[in-house]
Design a protein around this ligand. Structure first.
Ligand code: ZN
Length: 171
């Protein structure tokens, strides 16, 4: 199994916690993020991969589009993934891949969904809850703590976000 973070060949897939192609999944999440700009939402995209690394669900941020404060890309993707996965609400062994560090709601949702790992792109120093402002996903008081992989294709995500906020600034 090729480890997407280190590029090392593992004899046993169990040696590596990352047996999914997070770089490709982040590429898809970035495409979804770019699409959100078209309808005026902050460009954030998310995909959920099953335990075998296959795509379970994908979503873009639709907060403005739906007029729903909870319609973050992660929540929409986790909901769709649970419906597709067929194990009730549980996403055991799944990987949430999102272009921006999750907020408290989305970090909390990933813990509740029991995903195995959260992979994100850019840090969010203003609202991030996977290590920046809080660390909801690795709080030792919780009995389920997803693994966190930060900084995957972070610059591409940050570039999308910068362009979005630059365009919105009044002249
Ligand atoms: Zn969120």
């Amino acid at each position: 199994m090729l480890c997407p973070t280190g590029g090392a060949e593992h004899q046993d897939a169990g040696e590596c916690l990352l047996t999914v192609d997070v770089d490709a999944a982040m590429g898809r999440a970035l495409e979804l993020a770019a699409a959100a700009r078209e309808w005026g939402d902050t460009p954030i995209g998310a995909v959920v991969l099953g335990p075998d690394g296959g795509l379970l669900a994908e979503a873009a941020n639709e907060r403005e589009k739906r007029g729903d404060p909870t319609a973050h890309a992660e929540v929409l993707a986790l909901r769709a993934a649970a419906a597709a996965h067929g194990d009730g609400w549980r996403l055991t062994g799944a990987t949430l891949v999102v272009t921006l560090e999750p907020c408290t709601m989305c970090a909390g949702a990933s813990v509740l969904a029991r995903v195995a790992r959260v992979v994100y792109g850019a840090d969010d120093p203003k609202a991030g809850a996977a290590g920046s402002l809080w660390d909801v996903v690795r709080d030792r008081r919780l009995n389920h703590r997803p693994e966190v992989v930060a900084g995957v294709r972070a610059e591409e995500s940050a570039t999308l976000l910068r362009a979005f906020f630059r365009d919105r600034r009044p002249l």
